[in-house]
Ligand binder design. Structure first.
Ligand code: GLN
Length: 445
């Protein structure tokens, strides 16, 4: 049924870069056989899942939506893919994205754009735009994306679905193409909170292949799916509501009212340093990206230029041809902030600011269980609207990046519509408190 749906609508949406028809039908058949044998199948048995095209699935392409990796096929499974397979999930294919996960609208894919299923003239958000659109358009039951600075929550909010970025270290990055290693996490999409919780529980946990994963018990997240939020203390930072579009603000306030009715205690708080997160993020993310992307040299992976004089010329031409404009911009910014003479002024200072932002969150979480804000300052915007204005594109991450900079978990849950487009409410929590986020999101839903 999902493959039929993809056939019917994906030409218009553009969510997939690769549809794994044969592989999906084969694994569906295997699941059937295992059922017949009475095997224990795991909690995602038979559920069709779409996977972002920067997460390795053995035998499938892994292009990161870049010409640099066109034709590259993963020789192994990412840790999260292994977990999906162990639970007998069915992988439907690889989803479209912004090139190397750099972008907020999915317009940076080297291959094709993704359209928002609610309005085909609008963007689905990014960089996990294909993963979000595939679930919103019923082309997948669940999907995996990645987050470096909002790339799951912002598209979830634009597409009217649930999206979670876990605590840094909760889910392994092993087998995920690195963008900014101290920020990257795999994130989960579902049409409702329960779906998102199930998928998260399946893939979370320690992995010896990623030494930043933490040996902390993965709770059964479905246990948190109750309407009861009595005594939960919610902080709403005033800074995040100032200057916000009135209609979006009204939706967030209505949602907060529901949580109050369900027993939560809501108070205004202040996060004065959060406004520095965006600048901080773009320095750190670009610095790490410039280093991580150095491996794409035309020799070890992917695209290699045809005519070259010597080894420097191979690097130069292959990278010039293989990378798109936004990726080049980030590499240049990143090498600049890391270069001798600027390192202290930019990169080192950004790390100090990051620490202060973390401390600010720590302080708030001494008194509050969660922080609620809008996920994005706007609903989905028109295709092409922000492509010429890079700064305004970067600003669409303003509410989501603080959680990445601090490494805390955060979820986006749909909270109504404004002018026919979905709005998302963001709930941030303390380290490893994903369960609390599911609880609140479910209570509201
Ligand atoms: N939109 C942000 C960026 O362009 C976030 C990307 C991400 O989370 N992968 O960097």
């Amino acid at each position: 049924a999902f493959l039929n749906r993809i056939d019917k609508v994906d030409e218009k949406i553009g969510a997939y870069l690769y549809v794994a028809r044969e592989e999906a039908l084969k694994s569906a058949k295997e699941v059937d056989e295992k059922i017949a044998m009475g095997e224990d199948l795991g909690q995602l048995a038979g559920i069709p899942i779409a996977v972002k095209d920067n997460i390795s699935v053995r035998g499938m392409q892994n292009t990161c939506a870049s010409k640099m990796l066109e034709g590259y096929v993963s020789p192994y499974d990412a840790f999260v893919t292994e977990k999906l397979k162990k639970n007998n999930a069915i992988i439907l294919g690889k989803t479209n994205m912004d090139e190397f996960a750099m972008g907020s609208s999915n317009e940076n894919s080297a291959f094709k754009i993704v359209r928002n299923p609610w309005d085909l003239t609008k963007v689905p958000g990014g960089s996990s735009g294909g993963s979000a659109a595939s679930v919103a358009a019923c082309e997948a039951a669940l999907s995996l994306g990645t987050e470096t600075g909002g790339s799951v929550r912002q598209p979830a909010s634009f597409c009217g679905i649930v999206g979670l970025k876990p605590t840094y270290g909760r889910i392994s990055r092993n087998g995920v193409v690195a963008f900014a290693s101290t920020l990257d996490q795999v994130g989960t999409f579902g049409r409702d909170v329960k779906d998102c919780a199930l998928l998260t529980g399946t893939i979370a946990g320690i992995d010896k292949g990623d030494f930043t994963t933490v040996d902390e018990v993965v709770p059964d997240y479905t246990k948190f799916l109750t309407k009861d939020v009595k005594g939960t203390r919610i902080g709403v930072p005033t800074e995040f509501l100032q200057g916000l579009d009135n209609k979006i603000r009204a939706k967030i306030e209505e949602a907060i009212e529901v949580l109050k009715e369900n027993g939560a205690i809501v108070e205004e708080i202040s996060l004065p340093l959060a406004k520095y997160s965006l600048a901080d993020y773009y320095i750190i993310a670009c610095a790490e990206a410039s280093s991580n992307l150095a491996r794409f040299d035309g020799i070890r992976y992917g695209h290699r230029a045809k005519d070259f004089k010597d080894s420097v010329d191979i690097y130069f031409k292959s990278r010039t041809e293989g990378f798109g404009e936004e990726v080049k911009r980030r590499i240049m910014l990143g090498t600049y902030v890391l270069s001798a003479g600027y390192y202290d002024a930019y990169y080192k200072r950004a790390l100090k600011v990051r620490k202060l932002i973390k401390e600010e969150f720590d302080k708030v979480f001494k008194n509050y269980h969660v922080i609620i804000t809008p996920t994005s300052p706007t609903t989905a915007f028109k295709i092409g609207e922000k492509t010429k204005d890079v700064l305004s594109m970067y600003l669409s991450d303003i509410y989501t990046v603080p959680a990445n900079v601090a490494g805390i978990p955060s979820i986006s849950v749909p909270c109504g519509m404004v002018d026919g487009m979905p709005v998302g409410m963001q709930i941030m929590g303390n380290y490893f408190q994903e369960g609390k986020l599911f609880n609140l999101a479910y209570s509201y839903e």
